[in-house]
Design a protein around this ligand. Structure first.
Ligand code: NAD
Length: 295
């Protein structure tokens, strides 16, 4: 069992840290928000007064932070986690951030002879609570073998995507595709409904035809078709529009730096940006269907 320092106990990090406690690891937590720590401490984690204090007793450090600037700020520099870590410490950054920052932090760890994996997740708060997240990791094969043992306490499918940054690239590719097929699914369902088809019947037909995809199969965006989908619960998240927009922004930034052509992703980002600006930022991303229903 590992001695884990878990930093960043928000919507995702809180339940992930609690699952590591359940899995039998010794977990020391830190967050800038006291109440976020208390919730996990109540489930058996130890509290610390700073990230460096949590690091002192750890062999594995997990971070789950909002964006690249938070990750760089915590890991890099003379007072950063990498400079202060004990030899042999393994770092797992589960945040969704830009691949360039992930590569920079990974390289800084490697310079000190430490393993670091960018390990962003697929699956939202429910999967974090249930311990069923998918992890896509970037780093060395040796680092992956070590990190996987701890990630198994929080998820089911754990992939080694490649070197530093590869996990973040896999994540933006997946979420860009998710946005595209969600928008496409919503557009097709509404076209059918505008022609008098029952969206439930149309969904059944497309599920057995070549239009089949994940949005249609487990996350149907049309209200009333699928009882368990956010669409049937007033589009309560789920996965918020603003988080999808963040991931699409990362995909677009990367496409500029790699001169990749991403016309479908760019259109999806533009549609989500416009939808978000109309007061939909905190609704589930499948609510994009309303864009095809008119005012
Ligand atoms: P959140 O805002 O709820 O939590 C982030 C936490 O980090 C907060 O509690 C904040 O206080 C803490 N924090 C920030 N800077 C810190 C620092 N320097 N030291 C210690 N704590 C610090 O965010 P979240 O929803 O938990 O998401 C975390 C990451 O996971 C993001 O990168 C997000 O894109 C990604 N993600 C989220 C979801 C989701 O459904 N929420 C799904 C997949 C991936």
């Amino acid at each position: 069992m590992a001695n884990v320092a878990f930093i960043g106990l928000g919507n995702m990090g809180g339940p992930m840290a609690a699952n590591l406690v359940k899995a039998g690891h010794s977990v020391t937590v830190f967050d800038l928000v006291e109440a976020a720590m208390d919730a996990v401490v109540a489930q058996g984690a130890k509290k610390s007064s700073s990230a460096l204090e949590a690091l002192a007793s750890a062999d594995t450090v997990i971070t789950m932070l909002p964006a690249g600037k938070h990750v760089a700020g915590l890991y890099l520099g003379d007072e950063g986690l990498i400079a202060k870590a004990n030899p042999g410490t393994v770092f797992l950054d589960c945040s969704t951030i830009d691949a360039d920052t992930a590569r920079k932090v990974g390289a800084a760890a490697a310079e000190r002879g430490l393993e670091m994996l960018d390990s962003p997740v697929s699956g939202g708060v429910k999967a974090a609570q249930a311990g069923t997240l998918a992890f896509m990791c970037g780093g060395t094969a040796a680092g992956f073998e070590k990190g996987k043992l701890v990630l198994e306490g929080m998820g089911k499918n754990i992939f080694h995507a490649g070197d530093h940054g590869a996990g973040q690239i896999a994540k933006i590719c997946n979420n860009m595709l998710l946005a595209i097929h969600m928008v496409g699914t919503a557009e097709a369902l509404q076209l059918g409904a505008n022609n008098g088809l029952d969206p439930k019947v149309l969904s059944e037909i497309m599920l057995k035809s070549s239009g089949r995809n994940w949005s249609l199969e487990v996350y149907n965006p049309y209200p009333g078709v699928m009882e368990t989908a956010p669409a049937s619960n007033d589009y309560k998240p789920g996965f918020m529009v603003q988080l999808m927009l963040k991931d699409l922004g990362l995909a677009m930034e990367n496409s500029l730096s790699t001169q990749s052509s991403v016309p479908m992703g760019a259109l999806a980002r533009s549609l989500y940006a416009s939808f978000s600006a109309k007061g939909n930022a905190t609704r589930d991303f499948s609510a994009i269907l309303e864009m095809f229903q008119g005012e």
